[in-house]
Design a protein around this ligand. Structure first.
Ligand SMILES: Nc1nc2c(ncn2[C@@H]2O[C@H](COP(=O)(O)OP(=O)(O)OP(=O)(O)O)[C@@H](O)[C@H]2O)c(=O)[nH]1
Ligand SMILES: [Mg+2]
Length: 360
């Protein structure tokens, strides 16, 4: 899974990215033309606890790829430099975070000379919508030509769907606000429409806004078309200054500041949420490991994430939920209590299940 941090210039994307990666920001890094990538370990207290209990040779956290995109800035001709190369690589992300700026810092000017998170969000939506519009228009032309030539049911179904999307986009509404059923989503999934991607908004706040996060977020949300959108506050500068400290010291400082949850935890928790992801665990002497799956995965599909052989030769899954395991302390106690189960391949895996796959 891959998430992208995008936004206008100087909103704190790289500071956030480095904080997530556990690095202090290298101010001298300068302007970049390409995105940086970091494979980030997904923190999970449940997995830490399982490692404490099983004492395995290693702990393997789930990982997620985070892309830090160069900010959109004004070119010499006074236009925003939004290139096709940029749009094409934004399109490759599974989910997008708009990083917008609420902090004031005269040393780093905003490209539009106005600190207004809402306007940043609207600007990004507009640009990405133009990209989608262009795609949809070209797609319709091609479909109309092809439908005449080729008798194909799929093409026939696609045309009204693309027309519906185009109509919505022409009303200047991002495609994520258009109702689409399961089948329609499937048909569109190959096209990587940017405004259809799962989206969250991260607002970079000044340290004197600590304690007012809720109010600021609500003000922004009130003015968005899409009320369901997740908006998360973070404090790039403070948190980055703490990045090189030990976990314990960092938590103490954050508590002193009144910051309840780290940016890393907020971003990844939100990513799992908007991408519809769950975790399940495998445990043992060799390793305790967290695996990432889609919310509606069956036991057999989950087994396939571990190994394709486990999918093909799946017999049953031994399942205990993490909470039950912690409550009772051992697998044998869980069996006595009736919370250890043998599940078939259609079983829908729950977030936090501990599983052992039986296969032939
Ligand atoms: N005061 C203040 N300054 C910040 C904050 N976040 C970032 N900055 C400063 O703003 C400048 C730009 O930060 P970056 O993290 O490089 O921003 P960016 O969004 O990656 O910038 P581009 O990649 O050029 O778009 C740096 O000098 C940061 O120190 C913040 O929360 N408060
Ligand atoms: Mg940057």
């Amino acid at each position: 899974m891959q998430i992208g941090l995008v936004g206008l210039q100087y909103t704190g994307k790289t500071t956030l990215f480095n904080t997530i990666a556990g690095k202090e920001t290298d101010i001298s890094a300068g302007l970049k033309e390409e995105a940086s990538i970091e494979v980030v370990k997904v923190p999970d207290e449940r997995l830490d606890k399982l490692t404490e209990i099983f004492n395995p040779k290693k702990q393997v956290n789930a990982t997620i790829e985070v892309f830090d995109f160069p900010g959109l800035r004004m070119s010499d001709d006074g236009k925003m430099n939004i290139t096709n190369a940029f749009l094409n690589s934004v399109k490759d992300n599974d989910a997008i975070f708009y990083v917008v700026r609420q902090f004031k810092n005269d040393a780093v000017p905003h490209p539009k000379n106005e600190i207004n998170p809402l306007k940043d969000i609207q600007y990004l939506d507009e640009e990405f919508l133009l990209y989608d519009l262009d795609f949809l228009e070209r797609r319709i032309e091609k479909l109309k030509r092809d439908v005449m030539k080729i008798k194909d049911d799929k093409l026939k179904k696609e045309l009204p769907l693309i027309e519906k999307c185009l109509k919505h986009a022409e009303e200047e509404k991002p495609l994520r606000t258009l109702y689409l059923d399961e089948n329609e989503r499937k048909l569109l999934s190959g096209y990587q429409l940017i405004t259809l991607k799962p989206l969250a908004i991260a607002i970079n706040l000044d340290e004197d806004s600590i304690g007012e996060e809720e109010k600021i977020i609500n003000e922004v949300k009130e003015n968005l078309i899409d009320k369901e959108i997740l908006v998360i506050p973070f404090f790039a500068k403070i948190e980055n200054e703490l990045a090189s400290l030990s976990e314990e010291d960092r938590m103490t400082f954050m508590e002193d500041y009144g910051i309840k949850e780290s940016a890393l935890s907020k971003i990844l928790r939100t990513a799992y949420n908007i991408l519809g992801l769950n975790s399940f665990f495998t445990v043992g002497e060799d390793e305790c490991r967290a695996w990432t799956i889609k919310e509606n995965f069956t036991a057999q599909q989950a087994a396939g994430v571990i190994h394709t052989d486990f999918f093909n030769k799946f017999i049953r899954a031994e399942v205990v939920h993490y909470e039950d395991f912690i409550k009772h302390g051992s697998f044998s106690k869980c069996k006595d209590e009736g919370v250890w189960r043998l599940e078939g391949k259609e079983y829908l895996v729950e977030d936090g299940d501990i599983m052992n796959i039986r296969h032939s």
